[in-house]
Write a protein that binds this ligand. Structure first.
Ligand SMILES: [Zn+2]
Length: 246
């Protein structure tokens, strides 16, 4: 059956925007029920544009979108949730752009991923209330890898199944996570890691957000895990993200 509706409504979080034509922008938005969309808006470069105020990166909006032949166009936007503590913190905003890029590259256009949308929304709320950006990025990276179908296991060696945590000394994405000292010598492309970090990654990959926030983690431990998770993300994507973390 042909869908004759000329427009549709959706909730969305603005992931990114780029200049389009003389007066508009292309917006990359993430929605709960339609996945990621690439849509344009006209007149958003004009100083008095009402639309552009609503379409700021990280804003959660209700959109009305008109269908077009090659690209759909935003006809109205209304912000439903702002994250002011994020936007006003200069030190945070670059890392927030990193998070938005992470959700952008891991979610193909029109592929519905309601869990990833919920993760993004909960992450923005978390960051707005509690600005522990490093822990959040670690949490998002581990969840996003799982959501993209990588069932990484850090509780035993993924080759010989050795369960002694002290023997786990490297990470291999090709082999599904943790690798023991003996097996490390048999494989390529593994990243050496310490047993403590592997334990922490295991905890972060299975812990709910509330539990993660309730424990105190030392900054050096988080930084070590950040390096490992960056390796896993890069290995999964096959390229590095444009936005650099500060
Ligand atoms: Zn092993």
């Amino acid at each position: 059956m042909v869908n004759r509706e000329r427009s549709y409504k959706t909730e969305a979080i603005i992931l990114n925007s780029k200049s389009f034509g003389e007066s508009g922008h292309i917006y990359i938005v993430f929605t709960p029920n339609l996945g990621k969309l690439s849509i344009n808006a006209n007149g958003t470069k004009k100083p008095k544009s009402k639309l552009s105020g609503h379409l700021q990166i990280t804003n959660r909006c209700n959109l009305v979108i008109s269908k077009g032949r090659s690209i759909d166009t935003i006809s109205s936007a209304e912000t439903t949730e702002l994250f002011p503590n994020i936007r006003e913190n200069y030190d945070l905003i670059n890392n927030v752009f990193y998070i938005m890029e992470l959700f952008d590259v891991f979610n193909p256009i029109n592929e519905i991923n309601t869990d990833a949308y919920k993760l993004l929304l909960e992450s923005l709320r978390w960051l707005n209330d509690n600005q522990n950006i490093n822990l959040l990025i670690l949490y998002i990276r581990m969840k996003i890898l799982t959501m993209s179908g990588w069932d990484l296991n850090f509780s035993n060696c993924n080759l010989c199944f050795d369960e002694n945590k002290e023997n786990l000394t490297s990470i291999s994405s090709n082999h599904g996570g943790a690798i023991c000292t003996v097996c490390q010598s048999k494989i390529n492309n593994s990243l050496t890691a310490d047993a403590q970090s592997i334990k922490l990654l295991h905890f972060i990959s299975i812990a709910p957000r509330e539990k993660l926030l309730s424990i105190s983690l030392e900054i050096p431990s988080i930084k070590k895990c950040l390096a490992i998770s960056e390796f896993l993300i890069h290995d999964n994507l096959g390229f590095k993200l444009k936005t650099k973390l500060f």
